[in-house]
Design a protein around this ligand. Sequence first.
Ligand code: SAJ
Length: 427
Amino acid sequence: MSFNTISVVGLGYIGLPTAAMFASKEKKVIGVDVNQHAVDTINAGKIHIVEPELDVMVKRAVDEGFLRATTSPEPADAFLIAVPTPFLPIKDQDSIPEPDLSYIKSAAKAVAKVLKKGDLVILESTSPVGATEQMSAWLAEERSDLSFPQTHGEDSDIRIAHCPERVLPGHVVRELVENDRVIGGMTNKCSEASIEVYRTFVEGDCVVTNARTAEMAKLTENSSRDVSIAFANELSIICDKLDIDVWELINLANLHPRVNILQPGPGVGGHCIAVDPWFIISETPTESTLIHAARKVNDSKPSWVVEKVKSTITDFLSTNPAKTIGEVTIACFGLSFKANIDDLRESPALEITKDLAMLNICTILAVEPNISILPSSLSGMVDLVSVSEALNHSDICLLLVDHAEFKLVSKSDLENVAIIDTKGIWT
Ligand code: SAJ
């Protein structure tokens, strides 16, 4: 087998770095995305997402002719599908979100048109168990002239595998090379072909399993983290009630050689850890009680923070009787879903800031050093200000994200304000 031309379908946070990585090893890479702006940007040697080192890699790959982007698939030897797997809209607050596989379906239908005997199709998108078999069924529906593993096993014309991406945003370029890779082929030959493709740049181990276990492995990794963070968040709420410093408590407990508690925060954000556990819960709701409870704990933390702000306002007014509630200014430090990035997707910090602004009782300032324009959900209700403006003009400072810039704020800068610190860097 030789995979000289590789097509990456979906040029987002995972697909684009993966495409650039193959191109850096002098593979001919055809990137496919339905977003014309992304395609044009990449073909101009630029990037449309924020990820360290990626700009230089993409520019070199395009300049040297190894990477080219297009809106519709072209023939290749291997296809890697890295499209989003979001939720379907939920009916009400209590319903369990169901995965939306429509992006995988469209990608499969588009790729099917250019498939030829011997090709490999790898699903990289985080997916519910069974999605890879479903993708293979969609491909087979389009191409009755080719055989697929679900009907022809090892003798199939087309090889299919699930090899989930597991890289941490902000460290993608390094982790793509160094992390071990789970290889879930629908047959052994599918796994062998996938290993050959990833060996182009992966230095970690390529560990073989089947497609369903590979799907579940990825969901398990993120659910494990979600459950652990929920424990930390629950502890923070318990400690607040008992007047115990949760950060000190966790440091003490973590001195034990077999205890490793994660850090509490304003909630769990991003498009992975806050999403993927639902793919397990929606398929096995009766069995997933702990995973479901953890999701609820983490999802309810932003409203707990909002209640904490309300009680701080009441305390502030009782110690400052000359002020009215309309004269109180609250500065929200951080809007992104975690430290030192500009990504606001599923961000609890953004949700809390929006909820406070919607209360429409105080002035709300937002400090977010990684963006220059407020998202539309806040515009007109909140002012985006610098760290020093926020410190000079606010009565209550609400720390929501542990950005490097906020760690530089000194204790003396915070002497005359009420502090709510959800990340434990100011207390
Ligand atoms: N968080 C806490 N406390 C902690 C750690 C994280 O509250 O102790 C919060 C963060 O603030 C953030 C959220 O959890 O809101 C998620 O952040 P993260 O840095 O833990 O993870 P992600 O979502 O950026 O990336 C995860 C990674 N998965 C694991 O670490 C198991 C990454 O390796 C995956 O590739 C990625 O999901 C993905 O694409 O699925």
